[in-house]
Design a protein around this ligand. Sequence first.
Ligand code: IMP
Ligand code: MG
Length: 189
Amino acid sequence: MDRARHPDLVNDVDEVLITEEQIRAKVAELGAMLSRDYEGRTVVLVSVLKGSLPFMADLMRAISIPAQIDLMEVSSYGGTATETSGLVRILKDLSSSIDGRDVLIVEDIIDTGLTLNYLLRYLRGKNPRSLRICALLDKPARRLVEISIDYRGFTIPDKFVVGYGLDYGELYRNLPFIAVLKPEVYSAS
Ligand code: IMP
Ligand code: MG
């Protein structure tokens, strides 16, 4: 952990689950796999803001084939800081048509799967040629709907994680690793 770079944030960290080096190696591996699988095509990477921002930024640079990017932002109605409600609202829609395109959804984490389930139905309705999912983190213990993840970074235990884009109360997204916070930080809100 880099205490000098993020002193206040790092004080709240209980455990680093995935280090910067592990993330870097995994992103390179996924990028190579995607470049192979989509060879000869132009892939449209659709990032789901805000949590996927660092992953998207790193993954797109690890892909060697032609790629375009688009950004969506969704939020769930209600819910709490650590629970999704499953009712998804689109805050920012795609800026270009994906009709006939090879689309890859780039997600930070799949937890209950409710957000992605909604998004998949929404994007399928826009008639892409193919639609696959690349998720950095998979938390299968809490899955409520079955989701087939085509490209998976890490499977993690049933813990609420922060860092590398993931937030708790909109904070900690700028930590460069993936961590669990101290119990008193979660219980303070
Ligand atoms: P879902 O439960 O699969 O619908 O997850 C939806 C969203 O909840 C994810 O895209 C994240 O933004 C957020 N989320 C789920 N689990 C975590 C976590 O452990 N840390 C931070 N955000 C999370
Ligand atoms: Mg997200």
